[in-house]
Design a protein around this ligand. Structure first.
Ligand SMILES: *[C@@H]1O[C@H](CO)[C@@H](O)[C@H](O)[C@H]1NC(C)=O
Ligand SMILES: *[C@@H]1O[C@H](CO)[C@@H](O)[C@H](O)[C@H]1NC(C)=O
Ligand SMILES: *[C@@H]1O[C@H](CO)[C@@H](O)[C@H](O)[C@H]1NC(C)=O
Ligand SMILES: *[C@@H]1O[C@H](CO)[C@@H](O)[C@H](O)[C@H]1NC(C)=O
Ligand SMILES: *[C@@H]1O[C@H](CO)[C@@H](O)[C@H](O)[C@H]1NC(C)=O
Ligand SMILES: *[C@@H]1O[C@H](CO)[C@@H](O)[C@H](O)[C@H]1NC(C)=O
Ligand SMILES: *[C@@H]1O[C@H](CO)[C@@H](O)[C@H](O)[C@H]1NC(C)=O
Ligand SMILES: [Zn+2]
Length: 309
């Protein structure tokens, strides 16, 4: 009964798991996400549940949303451990990574990222969808409000205790394989964690900036939602970036063909995402490219200076 794992632990470390855990899964009718509002009623039956379909035409521009700052996202020594949780593949960070700005009220400490996927590049499995489009995969960076000093129990009890950053992953065009190099390296660890509860250290060499690639981090959607796994706590400020990370097909396929939900005789981990929940009010950023702004301000200063002399 591999699916009867008591684990509310996908998103959060053991502190949270100790209390109120519930048996849930993605792949069995008795515990898949359609049952969560019943088996984990407390929050999964709430009114600001994630993920949602983002309707781009309904997302009003909010010009008060500033750009994000990412601290240590360029560190090549930021990734600590990669783990098969039985529900996802999770990578924990060494301390020091932080995200601020972006309309967040405080800095948030980056704790971990994990992934959601379908069944290879042809059966998409992102959690959020945009105008009904589901992407092959979605990466979630989980961040805890720094005022909670690393205490996730406090974080999940606070309506803005967590900030999640969602990045879609799309297949790279052309016939590239093993691209980009950072994703090739990351996916090479999957063979070391084929069974649930296995983990290995990640060697230095990959930064978060490498993994996020050239996605424009000034273009994002914002709404208030929840954890997408039980207990579905309504504690999350969601940011979903518009542009996808481009990854070659072979790397995407490895996720659904390598890691298993339990031991070596259990099924591969596939379709590890929650279905769409009720709509929420979504806004979008309207940040002009900073280089353009500096350039035109510079020109303005220059012409003012010239005008005076
Ligand atoms: C795999 O796990 C299942 C249930 O979790 C168990 O019945 C089976 O014996 C295990 N197989 C091996 C090879 O450990
Ligand atoms: C989830 O389980 C329900 C029965 O509880 C079933 O009708 C549905 O097809 C399942 N959905 C998925 C995505 O597995
Ligand atoms: C979920 O909440 C709705 C509205 O509050 C309620 O009608 C429904 O009975 C609840 N479902 C469960 C399983 O508790
Ligand atoms: C997932 O994809 C593989 C390879 O394409 C296929 O063999 C398998 O049947 C698929 N699994 C499901 C549940 O659709
Ligand atoms: C987190 O905060 C809760 C509530 O104040 C407290 O009971 C718990 O001991 C704290 N956990 C840690 C690891 O400090
Ligand atoms: C990809 O490979 C196929 C078959 O080898 C070839 O027909 C096609 O032109 C290639 N596409 C690109 C963009 O290189
Ligand atoms: C992963 O497994 C491969 C093949 O068994 C092995 O060569 C490599 O050392 C392992 N890597 C880690 C980090 O354990
Ligand atoms: Zn997630």
């Amino acid at each position: 009964m591999y699916w009867l794992v008591f684990a509310a632990c996908v998103l959060l470390p053991s502190v949270h798991c100790a209390s109120e855990s519930v048996a849930w899964c993605y792949d069995q009718p008795s515990c898949n996400y359609t049952t969560w509002p019943v088996i984990a009623t407390k929050f999964c039956n709430g009114s600001r549940q994630s993920p949602i379909d983002i309707v781009s035409a309904s997302a009003e521009e909010d010009s008060s949303l500033p750009a994000f700052s990412f601290k240590d996202y360029d560190s090549k020594n930021a990734l600590n451990k990669i783990e098969n949780t039985g529900k996802t593949v999770k990578v924990t960070f060494n301390s020091g990574l932080q995200v601020s700005g972006g309309g967040l009220s405080q800095p948030y400490d980056s704790l971990q990222f994990h992934l959601h996927w379908g069944n290879g590049s042809s059966v998409p499995g992102s959690e959020h969808t945009v105008n009904g489009k589901r992407y092959p995969m979605e990466l979630h960076i989980v961040n805890l409000n720094s005022k909670h000093n690393g205490n996730t129990t406090l974080g999940v009890a606070d309506s803005t205790g967590l900030a999640a950053l969602g990045f879609f992953i799309e297949e790279m065009s052309g016939n590239a394989t093993g691209q980009p190099a950072s994703w090739h390296t990351l996916s090479s660890y999957l063979m070391n964690i084929t069974n649930a509860k296995e983990s290995v250290s990640v060697a230095a060499g990959i930064s978060m900036d490498d993994l996020l690639g050239d996605v424009d981090r000034n273009k994002f959607y914002r709404y208030l939602g929840s954890l997408t796994t039980p207990n579905c706590n309504e504690a999350v400020v969601w940011t979903v970036f518009e542009e996808p990370i481009k990854v070659s097909r072979d790397v995407i396929d490895l996720f659904s063909q390598t890691v298993r939900v339990s031991n070596s005789s259990s099924p591969f981990m596939i379709n590890v995402y929650r279905g769409i929940q009720s709509p929420q009010k979504v806004t979008r950023s309207a940040i002009s490219s900073s280089s353009t702004t500096c350039y035109s301000l510079g020109l303005m200063a220059l012409s003012l200076a010239l005008g005076r002399t």
